[in-house]
Structures are given as C-alpha cells and as structure tokens.
Design a protein around this ligand. Structure first.
Ligand code: FES
Length: 70
C-alpha cells in the first residue's frame, strides 16, 4: 500500500526502514520525504511507523529471550 503518494513511500518501505533502525517520524521524513509535500499522509505514516517499530521490538525481544532447558 502506498502511504505517501507525493513521495511514493509504501508501507513496505516504512517497515524496511524500521527494521534498519528508523524509529522516529523525523528520521522517516529525512530518509523518504514522507509528509513533506501536501502532508495528507502524516497520520497514516505515523501509524504505519509505530506499528512497524512495535513489530520490530517484538521480533528483537523474541530473539533475545533465553531458552530454559531442564
Ligand atoms: S501524500 Fe505524503 S506528502 Fe503528500
């Protein structure tokens, strides 16, 4: 899904950037230009980034939970 039409930024672009450590809206804007033209995508972009960061945090935590063996 395209999130920012003006800059052709998709939800996959945002998810990929979140996986690479992009964890703020300002960083997303710097990397992609999201919400720097008409601004109509800002709320959707913020929600998409927040969800992507939450998913990434869950994945990161799952990789670092020690296995308990009896
Ligand atoms: S749709 Fe993103 S700035 Fe216009």
């Amino acid at each position: 899904m395209i999130v920012c039409v003006c800059n052709r930024v998709s939800d996959r672009d945002i998810q990929r950037l979140a996986a690479q450590g992009c964890d703020s809206f300002e960083a997303l804007q710097f990397e992609t230009g999201t919400a720097t033209c008409c601004g109509r995508c800002e709320s959707c972009a913020r929600e998409t980034l927040a969800a992507a960061c939450a998913d990434e945090a869950t994945r990161h935590a799952a990789r670092h939970i020690p296995l308990v063996t009896a």
